[in-house]
Design a protein around this ligand. Structure first.
Ligand code: IMP
Ligand code: MG
Length: 174
């Protein structure tokens, strides 16, 4: 596999995250914002989005696995690392790199709601269009992309390419 066509350039991502950060700053002005990044993919979005938010926020992370080394979801979500913090009464914003089937976030929303946060919202950089998805209310969204497997900006294929500063589709096998 190699890197295919670039779908979203680094500077487009940067200005989108600035917009999202501005909206989040306004919405969470008088709240107690806890950003929860879903590892590993969301660590890049988390770093860049959070620096566009002008509030005294806090970070936590969860790690889940739904894919293994395949490009298709396995249908099973496993929690590999849970939150460090209690979230009861907190204003929790889940940060995701991409929403595909919605399975991961659908599971996580249910799992986190049981812990009684004051509010629970989702920010996702990418949303795949044209696929059947579980219903999800995504408050802050970046880009809609076609239903192709993408890499870069935190997104991997078999663990690689997360460090690309742009989002690209996978290329053909050489
Ligand atoms: P979902 O549960 O099907 O919505 O998938 C969400 C997770 O699958 C994301 O957090 C990613 O880790 C991974 N994923 C989905 N689509 C892609 C892709 O195109 N490239 C890389 N990872 C993906
Ligand atoms: Mg992920």
């Amino acid at each position: 596999m190699n890197i295919g066509k670039i779908l979203i350039e680094a500077d487009e991502i940067e200005s989108k995250l600035a917009e999202m950060g501005k909206a989040i700053t306004e919405d969470y002005e008088s709240k107690d914002l806890l950003m929860v990044g879903i590892l590993k993919g969301a660590f890049v979005v988390m770093a860049d989005l959070s620096r566009q938010i002008d509030l005294p926020l806090e970070f936590d992370f969860m790690a889940v696995s739904s894919y293994g080394a395949s490009t298709k979801t396995s249908g099973v979500v496993r929690i590999l690392k849970d939150l460090d913090e209690e979230i009861e009464g907190r204003d929790v914003l889940i940060v995701e790199d991409i929403i595909d089937s919605g399975l991961t976030l659908n599971y996580l929303m249910k799992n986190l709601l049981v812990r009684k946060p004051a509010t629970l919202e989702i920010a996702a950089l990418l949303i795949k269009d044209g696929i059947e998805r579980l219903p999800l209310d995504v408050k802050y969204e970046g880009f809609h992309i076609p239903p192709e497997f993408v890499i870069g900006y935190g997104l991997d294929y078999a663990g690689k390419y997360r460090n690309l500063p742009y989002v690209a589709v996978m290329g053909d096998e050489e």
